[in-house]
Ligand binder design. Structure first.
Ligand code: NCD
Length: 364
């Protein structure tokens, strides 16, 4: 059973093929409007969403399929204390494919373990958001015509921004990509992303607190919102909320062909005056989401003709059970106490283990 939990669950060739299919759907929508007839997508959204949920639902309906689900945890049995595992045991009997968003990191991994149908991670806490990355990659291919040899600036909340984590994982697989990480110190990229995808692969990167200073060298500027809902302290959020703002004035120092992306929703981190700049791509980016999710649904239901062959990478990292306890308050194990505490060896040389659900490093 194929699931999409992390963007690395898809090979580079599979991503290329998905974007080819999405392009074909955009050009010939009628060819696809019956391909998912009698198929059901369940959208289980335990956390708010506009674009992701609606684009998934629109995608399934545009393929001739049906949709059921919930858009907030309070309207599901989660509010009565039902576990993810129990919910999924049932929903996988009601639907052919599941898209799930959850505030706790690693919840989709638990879902995949209990599902008899494909599970798509539609965002888990401050961890990953692989389908936003598919949307981002489609935008990059359309606007820049390539994935390699690009300098990508990621600006804003790099700590909790799950779209940033997945995009870095995806882009780190292409030749000659450089990252410029722009954030206040308190919102820097977490170790599981920085180490796993950048430093351990020898990829070139720099960190800066000033967008003005680095904007001139970027091919892509990926702006993000400060993720208010992930802060433990409101005061800390208030102190950081205006730290990275893109203005029309700053755009004057950017390359004429730099593109500005943003997963949306925007709060105040991009001045509205930037919207009319030719280089602003964020609304187009949101639009692509529907088509690439149509392609993804087709793929996971086995409906793409001549799909590229898939060879899963062998994961040989040893797992230890019951040795460490995850201390991340956003991990699914923080609310579902019967889940086994499992840690995977992430860095043998330095004996670093990471929680298999949320990838937080073990406490020493
Ligand atoms: C993002 C998310 O949910 O992580 N939104 C989206 O899916 N397009 C970004 C965000 O909420 O800031």
């Amino acid at each position: 059973m194929r699931h999409l939990i992390n963007i690395l669950d898809l090979s580079v060739d599979e991503i290329d093929k998905l974007i080819d299919v999405a392009d074909d759907i955009m050009a010939n929508p009628d060819k696809y409007n019956e391909v998912c007839r009698h198929k059901i997508l369940a959208t289980l959204f335990y956390e708010p969403s506009t674009r992701t949920r609606l684009s998934f639902e629109s995608a399934m309906m545009s393929l001739g399929g049906n949709v059921l689900g919930f858009s907030e945890a309070t309207s599901s049995s989660a509010s009565k204390g039902e576990t993810v595992a129990d919910t999924i045991e049932m929903v996988s009997g009601y639907a052919d494919i599941i898209a799930m968003r959850h505030p706790k990191e690693g919840a989709p991994i638990v879902a995949a373990m209990h599902s008899t149908v494909s599970v798509i991670n539609a965002g888990d806490g401050g961890h990953y958001h692989p389908t936003q990355t598919l949307t981002d990659l489609m935008t990059i291919r359309h606007e820049k015509g390539r994935f390699d040899n690009l300098t990508i600036g990621l600006c804003g909340d790099l700590k909790f921004g799950r779209t940033v984590h997945s995009l870095i994982g995806a882009m780190a697989r292409y030749e000659g990509v450089r990252f410029v990480l722009i954030s206040p110190e308190a919102l820097r990229l977490p170790g599981f992303v920085k180490h796993e995808y950048i430093t351990s692969k020898g990829i070139s990167y720099e960190e800066s607190e000033s967008l003005e200073e680095v904007i001139g060298k970027l091919d892509i500027l990926y702006m993000t919102r400060i993720q208010r809902e992930r802060f433990v302290s409101e005061d800390e959020y208030l102190a950081l909320k205006d730290s990275c703002i893109l203005t029309a004035e700053k755009m004057k120092s950017a390359k004429p062909d730099m593109i500005v992306m943003h997963p949306l929703p925007r709060v105040n981190e991009i001045e509205v005056a930037v919207d009319s700049d030719q280089r602003a791509c964020y609304f187009k980016q949101a639009h692509y989401g529907r088509y690439v999710r149509m392609a993804l649904i087709m793929k996971l239901l086995g409906l793409i003709e001549n799909d590229v062959p898939y060879t899963p990478a062998e994961d040989k990292k040893p797992i230890v059970y019951g040795v460490y306890t995850c201390r991340n308050p956003r991990c699914i194990t923080s609310i579902e106490h019967e889940l086994p505490q499992a840690f995977k060896l992430a860095d043998k040389e330095n004996s670093i283990y990471r929680c298999v659900y949320c990838e937080t490093r073990q406490n020493r």
